[in-house]
Design a binder for this molecule. Sequence first.
Ligand code: GLN
Length: 194
Amino acid sequence: MKIGVLALQGDFVEHIAILRSIGVDAVEVRLPDQLDSLSGLIIPGGESTTIGKLAVAYGLIEPLREFGASRAIWGTCAGAIFLSDDAHRDQPLLSLMRIQVERNAFGRQVSSFEIDLDIPALKAVDPQQRPFHAVFIRAPLIEKVGEGVQTLAQLEDGRIVAAQQGRLLATSFHPELTGDSRVHQYFVKLAESA
Ligand code: GLN
């Protein structure tokens, strides 16, 4: 059981660290053949246009699409944008998840904020279902979810910030930054179910 973290740009180091802290064999991924031995892949936050362009340059787009057809992928923030099939802009997308996202949805003034979120699905790894302290950094919103996509978390006003489609997971926020490993544990379970 090995989980990869796409290490083209963004905060992949933090994801590797939190995975290792829960005993998961975690490796950096930059080339298509490094996907072979993995049960799941995390695409980190960063800058989605840059991640997309580098993925094109490294010949990763088709291999990532194939990977996501049968194995688990989780995109955080920019990674969630890259997983989506509509970001309102002309940028390389994996189009694996039927979600429409709005980049930088919280504007400039509140470009970063933290909030306690209810994520009922986390009861799979935390019977007490404690709220999850979520960090948003120039975050996208998930404006629309398509068929077969389940909403996992919403802000108080109903706007969607986490969604799941089979073994594909998208979060607007950054669970790798708080030391709370529950979303990582949840993702590892998804990857194990492949
Ligand atoms: N604003 C970035 C984008 O649109 C995402 C920010 C992040 O990943 N923290 O790609």
